[in-house]
Structures are given as structure tokens and as C-alpha cells.
Design a protein around this ligand. Sequence first.
Ligand code: ADP
Length: 661
Amino acid sequence: MSLVHELDQVQVLRNRIADLEALLHDKEQELNQERQNSDRKIRTLTENLPIVLYTIDTEGTVTLSEGKGLAKLGSTPGQSVGQNIFEMYKDHSESQKWIRKALAGESVQSTMSLGSIHMQTWHSPIYDEAGTISGVLGLAIDVTEQKQSEIQLQESHNLLQLVLDTIPVRVFWKDLNSTYLGCNRLFAQDANFATSQKMVGMTDYLLYPDNADAFRADDVKIITSGKSQLNFEEPQLTPDGKQMWLRTSKIPLRNIAGEIVGVLGTYDDITERKQSEIELRESKNRLEMALDGAHLGSWDWDLNTNRTLFDARYEKMLGFEAGELAGESPTHQSEIHPDDMPQMLAQVTAYVEGKSNDYSAEFRTKTKSGEWKWISAKGQFVERDANSKPVRLAGVNQDITARKHADEERETLLANEREARREAQEALRMKDLFLATMSHELRTPLNAMIGFQHLMLFSQQLDADNSHMAERSIANSQRLLNLINNILDISRIATGGLKIVPVTMSPRQLAQGIGTDLSFQAKEKGLNLNVEVADNVPDSITHDEERIGQIMLNLVGNALKFTEKLGTITMRLRCTNERLVIEVQDTGIGIPASQKHVIFDDFVQLDNSSTRKHQGAGLGLAIVKRLALLMQGSITVESEIGMGSTFVVTLPINLNPESYQ
Ligand code: ADP
């Protein structure tokens, strides 16, 4: 090869080198341009984004510090260059740790809080061309706003949870399969869970197997229809077996896109209310039954509107259909009997004015068919306004027509009975008056006749036969006079005309006198008559001498009458227990035990045959008993058939004259 040729070759190489150099230069230019562009881009980025970009060498010396985020930290781009990061953050051990980790070859991502500023940081090792770590590249992004929103979100979440846990309502939400996603504290407690967190993932089939099908059916209906179900009441058995009543609302749960993702439900425990409702219903039923049983209708009168609500029972009572009397005036006045209206209104007024404890009235009211029914109304104020003025009067009405009719009938019967008694008393009075008058009228001429008969007998002008007839005439007249006297006494006692006249007297003398008077009669009949007066009988007492004499005469007279020949009659006088006792004993025919109680009645004779041999009208003992009673005494009899009788009259020893005035 020639030198020229070689030289040409060199030239060619030189030219190529020159070309390559030019190319290299262009490339360098291009690279510079690119680097500058890239730097500009990074600067633009760091200048405009809230970030901090920094590099640190292995000693911790800051070699780059750029970015808009520096302003937040109170620094400017490049300000920290040359400072030692470990010095700068000597109080922030966390960030020192990250940088050391990055220097050891780890990429570290973390969050850093400097006061109120929050940064998200990344630290990565920087390698030189030999692959050795020459420093750390750090990037921090200001996430304060994001952090604050997170805090706010958490706070509002906490607030929501607090609200959910505080309200007295159970809240829960489930996914499309009715699996619980969450709930509030009360709901968790009902399911026997300590925290609401424990509910997550549960299903009703696990918690409430008895009700689960019904709950699931509700959920499905809401999920498929997209419609809410509000305020429906349902029973629920708690896990520990208690019956609860819930008022539940369920609404579809939607995501932001509006798609149904589950069910949100709320319910409150209305067990207590339901229980009171049940009790109220039961007591209302009992009340209804009581009202029905007592034939009572109720009413409720609004005093402000002057309208009254009558219940169906009252409407039925008057023959109306239920609701026909709705809103009637309280008295439905046109239908109250005009005669009863004033009294009824007076009762209302008296109650309104506080003059009576309750409203109570009886009145007639017209039924639908136009008849009058008697009503008994009773009521009380059930509501007052703020000034204590009564605004509602309520009560019951009772149909008392039947009772009222019975009261009428009873009054008629009573009136008839009163009239009959009055007539009977009048007849009795007329009889007594008649007897008294007639006895008097009979006695006067009879006394005169007896007088004349005695005169005839004692004139000694009559032969033996006529004398005998005169004696018999006197005896018969005397019998008639006795009878008339007895009738007069009985009628006088009955009319109150016979007066007891206490005088000073000697019972002993009286008894002995009567014994003497009747001794002739006793002797004639062949009887012994004795009078025995005990020593304890006072010589002088205050008593009705005539009436005691009448008692003795009657009893001894009967003894003489009813004792056969050779018998003995004894009249005894004594004082026992502060009483004067007159005892008349005979040995006569006696009185059957069954008759002892009737012999003291008027006109009673045990032998009332036409053939009886004893005289009398059956008035003697009746008079004796009445006289004894008039003198606050008594009479008894002891007797045995065929053996005799003993009559005992007991009187006070003395009579108080003032009592007999
Ligand atoms: P009378 O005028 O008939 O005696 P009383 O009222 O005195 O009426 O007596 C009523 C009846 O009582 C008599 O009829 C007689 O049957 C009976 N009686 C009264 N006293 C006696 C007596 N001592 N012994 C037996 N019976 C007597």
C-alpha cells in the first residue's frame, strides 16, 4: 500500500472522527437540551406541586432541596443545601430512621407529622455508576388536607356511631343476602352481643331462627321492589326467650350509583306500649262486659262545643242504630220529658257549681219509636282546662223503666194497704164507740131494775115462789150487768179510755175483804176459800185498788166456778223480788196445756158447747191480763187436768202516780 493511499486513509479516518465528534457534540447538545428540559420539567413540577424533593449524601448533608411544599415547612428551595439532615431532624427520630434505612439500601414509605402538617414521604437509596450507595433521594408530599378530611371523616363516623348508639332506636343494615353488615349498640344488645362489631357477618337464621323466614321475606320484598316498608309492628322472640314487640321500618340500602346493595332497618321496642295496649284492651273488654251486664250506656259531653258522644249501647237502649245520636246535644233536649227537664238541669247546675259531689239525675227520654223510657244518669268531670274549669263531663245512663214501673205499682199497693188499714182502724173505733155507748145505755136501766128487784124481795110481800123468782131475776140481772161491765172495760182498754188511778191502799185489807165477800158463794158450793197474806206485804202501798180488786175477784170467781164440791181455793199475797205477787190456787178441773195460751184472748171459753154448765162470756182473763199489763205487771198460769190451776199475777209493789196522770 502506498503512502498516499495510507495518507488518504488517515484523512478519511480523520474526517470520520470529525464527523463522529460533530455527531457527539450534537448528541451532547441534544442531551444537554434534554437534561435542561427534564430539569425544567422537574422544577416546574416541584415549583407547582405541594411536594418537597431532596437529596442527601451518605453523610447526611443535604445536596438538593426543591419544591413548593418547602414553603409549608418555612423553607425556600436550596435553603437547606449544605445542612445536615440528622442535625435538622434531631428531635424527629422516626425520620432519621427512614433515612438510615434508605442509606442501607431500603426504599421506605411513611407518613410524617410535623405539628399540624402531614407529609407522605418516600426515601430511596441513590446508586453511583459503580453501584455503590451515594446518597438518598427523598420525596415528601403535603397530605395535610387529605389527612384533615380523613380526620373529619373519622370524626363524623364516630359522631354517627355515637348517634346510632345513643338514640333509643335499633338500627341495622344488611347486604343482599340479609347478612348483617353493621348495627348500633342497642341492636347488638338485643341479640346478646357485647359490641355491634360482633354482629357483622351474622344472619337472622343464626340469631332468630323462629322469625328468620319472615325477616328474610321482608328483606327480599324491599330489595326486589326497591320500596320502603315503614312503621309496621311485629312480634319477636329474644334469644333468651322473651316476647318482644317491635315497630320496624326497612328501606333499601343503595350505593353511590343508586344500586340496591342491601337493607337498612330501624326498629324500636314497643313491648311496653303493646303490653299497655293489651291491658287497656282487656280492661276495656271487662268494662264493656260490666256495662252490658248492668244495662248501662255511656256518654261523654264536651262542655265547650256542647256536643255529646253516646256509645252504641245507649243508642241501642233507645232503639237507635249505632252512630245515630252522634254529636247530639248533651240532653238531646227535645227528647227529654218536659216535666223532668228542670230537675235534670238543676242537677247539672248543682254539680257544675260544686254543690254536689257528682252529677246524678233521673228523667224520662223518648225512644226512637216515641215511647218514654226512665233513665238514671250519673257522671263526673273527666277533664279541666288550665284554669281548672271543667271541659268534659262523662258518665253512664241506665234504663230504670222497669224499676220505675215496679215503684209505681208498689206505691199503689202501699196506698191501698194504708187505706185498708185506715178503714179497719175506723171500723174498730166505731165498734169500740158502739160498745161503750151501748154498754152505758144498757147498764143505766139495768142498775135501776136490779134496785127495784131488791126492793121487791125485801118488801116481804112475796110468797115463797115469787121470792124465788125475784132472786133468780136479781141473779140474771147481775150476770147481765157483769157482762156489760166486762164489755165496757174491754172496749175502754182498747180505746185507751180506761185509766189506772193509783191511790194509797192496803193490799191485805183488799184481799181479805174479797175473801169475805165470796165466802158465802164458796160455802154454798161446798168449797174452802182461804186468804193468806205474807208478812212482807206492806200495810200501805200506792196502787189502783179498784183494778187490783177486779183482778182478785175475776181469778177467785173463776176458781170457784171451775172447782167441784169439797175443793179448796187459796188466794196468797206476798212480795218477791220487789214485786207484789197475787197467787190464786184451786183444786179444780184444770186447763189442758195446749189451751193455756188462748185463755187470755177475748171471748175464749174452753167449753163453748151449748150444754156448758158454767156461766161467763170469756172476757174475765182477757181483762185481767190487760189490767196487769197496764200496771206494768204480768200473768202466768200453771195447771194440770183434774188437779187444779194456779194463776200468778205479778205487779210493781207501788205505782208512780205521775206515770198515770
Ligand atoms: P169466763 O167468763 O168464761 O170465765 P174467762 O176469761 O174468765 O172467761 O176464762 C176463760 C176460760 O178459761 C174459761 O171459760 C175456762 O174454760 C178457763 N178457766 C178460767 N179459769 C179457770 C180455772 N180456775 N180452772 C179451769 N179453767 C179455767
